[in-house]
Design a binder for this molecule. Structure first.
Ligand SMILES: [Zn+2]
Length: 151
């Protein structure tokens, strides 16, 4: 109300935040982590995978993600699942990017929003009624009375 420019900036930021929340709602299913594609040798000397040019058996697809405090967790994926899971991982990237922007716009809103005027009836302002304003009021520093004027 004191600064009209400030108000319009706040409004603009709130609109931006509302759009980001709408985008967030449209992200859909998402999950963290990554999909790895692995080939391995079974170890049998007679198997084709023992050949120097053989990539090994596979591919075997794993979805892995790091869980705070519990290390890396993973699960093997069926071939049919891989495309779906990759799409969900991309969804997490969209979610993470949007949530970062939401954090930033919220901080800007906090900075732009003016402080509310202090209510008249707030406790602690009892000076006019003669009540104790604060507990520290009547206490003076211990040595202030002892200090004698210089002679
Ligand atoms: Zn083999």
């Amino acid at each position: 109300m004191t600064d009209p420019h400030l108000g319009s900036r706040l409004e603009e930021l709130e609109e931006r935040r509302a759009r980001l929340y709408e985008e967030l709602a449209e992200v859909g299913d998402f999950r963290r982590g990554s999909v790895s594609e692995n080939y391995r040798r079974c170890g049998k000397a007679t198997c084709a995978c023992a050949g120097p040019d053989h990539p090994g058996h596979g591919p075997r697809f794993l979805w892995t993600r790091s869980v705070p405090g519990r290390g890396t967790r993973g699960r093997q994926l069926s071939g049919a699942e891989v495309g779906k899971v990759r799409g969900e991982l991309a969804g997490y990237d969209r979610f993470a990017a949007l949530s970062q922007r939401i954090v930033e716009v919220n901080e800007a809103i906090c900075e732009a929003r003016p402080v509310l005027p202090v209510a008249e009836s707030s406790p602690g302002s009892g000076d006019e009624k003669g009540g104790p304003a604060t507990n520290l009021g009547p206490i003076s520093p211990p040595d202030s009375k002892r200090r004698s004027p210089p002679k």
